[in-house]
Design a protein around this ligand. Structure first.
Ligand code: ATP
Length: 325
């Protein structure tokens, strides 16, 4: 019902709508309307109430509320049905995994305005301050062999890089395996958490953290040289809900293309957008690091590294970090 009140207010943007008209449209009492208006105000919507004129929506907060994300969304499954929103959360991955285990539909989405225990790859911390970034996890159930599932992070890298570019004009490049960089600084991290049997995927939780409206001083000192945000790059604030919607639409497009036509086109886009191919890199594993030339990635997303001795080393992303040197 609250959503219906909001929809009516939005439809009448720029004008007052009388309490009576809202009551008639939604078949509820004036007291009920008033209560919903109060809740909307608590959520940050600015609503002016004027005697005899009614209510007018005068401001929409920059929150990634499900109603804002879904407004006019063009997807069929991704973010189309259930979206769970949290003001603060340890990490979006956990509730998404719980929903997946309960058998939720593909495309179920968890978003948070803040993560207190946000994680990157290999358990590293993902810094996730409130209302600045976008933190999301998406439940997917691709009908593929588990060893194909790692492609999903590459698909997401392409999809998010292009969505960010379309929405903000920022040209983010992909750093193998799954970070987005702008001018060498990280603006987005992507990772996937897979649950599978030998021959089938149970579910996959795809998570992303996008630095949207951080100011330089919002990053801790140890990240200042390596992290950036879309706002820092463009000097303009990002409408985060709109960006989430664009990311979901873009992801659905590339994900569907993969399932329908295979990985070829996506891989060529991935290579096109890559900023860590055809350049010298340093690779770190838990107990070893070595230098080489990032020559290519193969069909499985593994990095083909040309070593100084001429040998070609194939590296899968799992335990490896890459630095562009
Ligand atoms: P890298 O190779 O850049 O160290 P990675 O790809 O192996 O990182 P990720 O899981 O993608 O690891 O990201 C985690 C790392 O990213 C952290 O160790 C930290 O250095 C950095 N980081 C954490 N939070 C943010 C953020 N909000 N924006 C940019 N970088 C971040």
């Amino acid at each position: 019902m609250k959503e219906a009140v909001l929809r009516l207010l939005k439809k009448n943007r720029g004008a007052f709508i009388s309490g009576e008209d809202i009551c008639k449209s939604l078949q509820v009492t004036r007291t009920a309307i008033w209560k919903h208006i109060q809740v909307l105000r608590e959520e940050g919507y600015e609503i002016e109430a004027r005697p005899r004129a009614g209510y007018q929506l005068t401001g929409i907060p920059d929150r990634i509320y499900p109603e804002e994300i879904k407004e006019g969304i063009k997807t069929r499954t991704i973010g189309r049905n259930k979206i769970f929103h949290f003001s603060t959360l340890s990490s979006t991955t956990e509730p998404a995994r719980e929903e997946a285990q309960k058998g939720c539909e593909e495309g179920t989405l968890v978003v948070a305005e803040e993560q207190t225990g946000g994680r990157g790859r290999l358990g590293r911390v993902w810094y996730s301050p409130q209302y600045k970034g976008i933190f999301l996890s998406l439940v997917l159930k691709p009908p593929v062999n588990p060893n194909e599932a790692s492609k999903v992070t590459m698909i997401a890298s392409v999809a998010l890089a292009l969505a960010i570019n379309k929405e903000t004009g920022v040209a983010a490049g992909i750093k193998w395996p799954n970070d987005l960089l702008v001018h060498g600084k990280k603006v987005c991290g992507i990772l996937a958490d897979l649950s599978a049997e030998l021959d089938r995927v149970n579910y996959l939780v795809l998570s992303a953290g996008i630095n949207a409206n951080h100011e330089p001083e919002d990053f801790p000192d140890d990240l200042k040289n390596n992290a950036t945000s879309l706002k820092i790059e463009t000097w303009r604030p990002v409408e985060r809900a709109k960006l989430v919607r664009a990311c979901l639409e873009s992801f659905e497009h590339w994900y569907t293309l993969w399932l329908d036509q295979g990985f070829g086109t996506i891989l060529s886009y991935w290579k096109e957008l890559s900023v860590s191919l055809n350049c010298p890199v340093r690779i770190h594993t838990l107990n070893k690091s070595w230098d080489g030339w990032a020559e290519d990635v193969d069909e499985d997303g593994a990095l083909l590294l040309r070593l100084p001795n001429g040998q070609l080393q194939r590296l899968v992303s799992g335990e490896v970090s890459l630095r562009i040197t």
